[in-house]
Structures are given as structure tokens and as C-alpha cells.
Design a protein around this ligand. Structure first.
Ligand SMILES: NC(=O)c1ccc[n+]([C@@H]2O[C@H](COP(=O)([O-])OP(=O)(O)OC[C@H]3O[C@@H](n4cnc5c(N)ncnc54)[C@H](O)[C@@H]3O)[C@@H](O)[C@H]2O)c1
Length: 353
């Protein structure tokens, strides 16, 4: 293994540029190539980050022996096929969320990574947020006692990615708000619980704004085709129950008529001795002076790097990532279950992980 990990970024859209920016500041990693099939975005990324090589076909990039790892920032339907080919080509893989279109694809990624003995990690950036890490430290220290319930939410009022892009077509995205922003919040809440043993999911979805062309926000750099139908959800809600007896309520919207003064996204955790809330990280307790709210602060957090730097360090040091891939599979199973429950009207039982 070289001293600095030689990385390539596949997909130089909105998030691919963030990966490149992170790699440009990475002490132990560097971007040596990109793959992007849109000529303008490829040139922009190479010029901005001084990347020497650019490919339009990811298979050609994967043949290059001087690339150790790839980060995948492609539309969701390409996550599993490209990750699997990259692992087979002996590259380590950092994959954007959601892990795949469904749990079957996600399991194939895991099997390939195990067979090829490569590092695979889903870039759940909220886990690397300083506020999250402080909350996790206080939970692990026992400040809130035993956690029994949490609610996680992301209420966008006007936040549908560009309508007509891959984001709003089910065959390319796998789903709408539930997979896009819901994958962040479910992962974050279960991570803070320290418990991914979800055993049942009851969910529902709506598609109320995008179909009318209302509620769009300017995210995503890929081309749009206004003629393509908006066939994903712009609202999702679910109740999850865990083997431990814990429960989690979940609610996300890409667009909704909601009060503008509420927090946009976060997790509120309830424990027997206190509660913890994100964002920002606050602790609530009944103290000697009544009900107290404390802003959490900590000098040090366990993982002060961002997700890309963390991935690079894990590969070079042979360490297990802070986002274990089995947990990402569980999140994918929960997302699948929300849609199954929504379409059947029934609670979905999940097998033990
Ligand atoms: N972690 C986060 O907070 C976060 C935020 C936004 C998006 N994402 C995820 O990142 C991924 C990409 O999202 P985005 O917002 O960057 O989308 P985007 O549409 O802006 O970018 C996707 C890029 O991939 C390129 N592309 C498509 N097919 C290709 C192929 N076969 N070969 C090479 N390039 C190809 C497109 O030309 C485009 O430039 C998605 O999975 C999304 O869910 C994560």
C-alpha cells in the first residue's frame, strides 16, 4: 500500500465535487482520477481540483493498477453495479447513501467485499458531525440512562431535488424523500441507539407535491427531462420497533406545508434519566432546580475527520470503519420495509440481523 491512498471519484456531480474537495485536503489520500460521463462537469472538476486523468467509462478507470480506492457519487441505480465491479477490480470503496436500490443489491455488495477482502463503507456523513459525536459520547457515558424511544425527522418545506432528474424517477433513485433524506435519519437514530436490531416496520408514503411540479429545490447537477413522470414519494412516515423493546418514529418530507420556525432535521432521544436532542446537541433532565436544558460541548470527539478522510485512514490502517457495512444493510432493509408496508398496508417483520 502506498503512503498516500490513490483515490478516484466516480461521478462528479454535486456530491462528487464534495468528495474531491475533501480529498484535496486529505493528509493521507489524494485524487488521481475521476470518471464522469458529462464532458462539461468532467472538465470543471479536473480544472478546479487539478486532477490529471478523466475517464468516461468507469470500467476503464477500474482497470488502472495505480488506483487503490474509489468513491462512488453516482445516481442510486449505479451504486450496486459499480461498487461490485470496483470491489472485483480490488479497489476499496466509499459509497454514497443510499447503499443500493434494495437490500438484495446491498447484500451482493457485502458478499463481494468479503470475498475480495476490500474495505467498503457507506458515507453516512451525519455520523461524522461534531454534534452527533458529542451526543453519542454523552449517551455512552450513561447521562440519559436507558434509551427507550427516539423520533427522527427531516421536514423540508420546499426541497425536492430537480424534478425530471434521476432523483425523481423510481427506476433510477429507488424512491423519493424516504430513501434520499430518510436514509440519513434512520442511520443516525439507530447509530445513536447503538442498536440496529429493527424487528418490525409500519410505514406510509405520499406523493403530493412533485407530481404537480411544486416544491422544487435546485439540488443535483444531472440533466433533467421534464417529460419524465415524478413517480417517487415526497413524504414518508414510519414506526420502527426494535428487538430490545426500543421504538423509533420517523418522518421526512421533500415538500410539505409546515411551520417555518420548526427545526428542519434532527433526532430526539428519550432515556430513563434524560433526553438528548440533535441539532444542536442538547441534554434535557429533571435536575435539583427543575427541568434543565444543557448545550453539550466536548473538547474532543472520537472521529474528528470527515467521512472521506476516515475511509482513507481505515484503508491505510486496516481498521473497521465507523459505519459498519452490516448496519448500512439494516438501514436498506428498513427503507425497503417502509415501501412494502406502504403498498400492502401491513406491518413488515424483519429477520434478526
Ligand atoms: N451524503 C450526502 O449528504 C449526499 C447529498 C446529496 C447526494 N448524495 C448522494 O450522492 C449520489 C450522487 O448525488 P448528486 O447529488 O451528486 O447527483 P448529481 O446528479 O449531481 O451527480 C451525479 C453525477 O454522476 C454522473 N454520472 C451518471 N452516470 C454516470 C456514469 N455511468 N459514469 C460516470 N458518471 C456518471 C452524472 O453525469 C452526474 O454528474 C446519490 O447517490 C445521492 O443520494 C449524498
Amino acid at each position: 500500500m502506498p503512503e498516500r491512498l490513490r483515490c478516484a471519484v466516480i461521478g462528479a456531480g454535486g456530491i462528487g465535487l464534495e468528495h474531491l474537495n475533501s480529498l484535496s485536503q486529505c493528509p493521507r489520500g489524494t485524487a488521481v482520477a475521476i470518471c464522469e460521463n458529462h464532458a462539461g462537469r468532467a472538465k470543471e472538476a479536473c480544472d478546479r481540483f487539478k486532477i490529471p486523468r478523466s475517464y468516461t467509462d468507469y470500467r476503464e478507470l477500474l482497470e488502472q493498477a495505480d488506483i487503490d480506492a474509489v468513491t462512488i457519487a453516482l445516481p442510486n441505480y449505479l451504486h450496486a453495479p459499480v461498487a461490485i465491479e470496483a470491489l472485483r477490480a480490488r479497489k476499496h470503496v466509499l459509497l454514497e447513501k443510499p447503499m443500493a436500490l434494495n437490500a438484495k443489491e446491498a447484500s451482493k455488495i457485502i458478499d463481494t467485499a468479503a470475498k475480495m477482502r476490500r474495505t467498503i463503507m457507506v458515507g453516512q456523513n451525519f455520523r461524522f458531525n461534531r454534534q452527533t459525536q458529542m451526543a453519542k459520547m454523552f449517551i455512552q457515558r450513561g447521562d440519559v440512562g436507558e434509551l427507550y424511544h427516539a423520533r427522527c425527522f427531516w421536514w423540508r418545506r420546499n426541497g425536492i431535488p430537480r424534478i425530471g432528474s434521476w432523483f425523481t424517477q423510481r427506476k433510477f433513485a429507488g424512491g423519493g424523500a424516504t430513501v434520499d433524506i430518510g436514509s440519513h435519519m434512520i442511520d443516525l437514530a439507530l447509530h445513536l441507539f447503538g442498536d440496529f436490531e429493527v424487528v418490525s416496520v409500519s410505514g406510509h408514503t405520499h406523493s403530493r407535491f412533485g407530481q404537480r411540479g411544486v416544491g422544487e429545490f435546485n439540488w443535483g447537477r444531472s440533466e433533467i427531462d421534464p417529460a419524465k413522470p415524478f413517480d417517487v414519494d415526497d413524504y414518508g412516515v414510519a414506526l420502527l420497533k426494535l428487538k430490545s423493546g426500543r421504538s423509533l418514529s420517523f418522518e421526512v418530507s421533500w415538500a410539505a406545508c409546515q411551520p417555518p420556525d420548526a427545526r428542519e432535521y434532527g433526532v430526539d432521544l428519550m432515556g430513563t434519566l434524560g433526553g438528548i436532542s440533535l441539532f444542536p446537541a442538547r441534554l434535557f433532565r429533571n435536575g435539583p432546580n427543575g427541568y434543565e436544558t444543557t448545550q453539550l460541548s466536548a473538547v474532543k470527539v472520537p472521529h474528528p475527520e470527515d467521512r472521506v478522510h476516515h475511509f482513507v485512514n481505515c484503508v491505510l490502517d486496516g481498521k473497521k470503519p465507523m459505519v459498519p457495512i452490516e448496519e448500512s444493510l439494516r438501514v436498506q432493509q428498513v427503507l425497503d420495509a417502509i415501501y412494502t408496508s406502504a403498498s400492502t398496508g401491513k406491518e413488515v417483520r424483519l429477520n434478526s440481523a
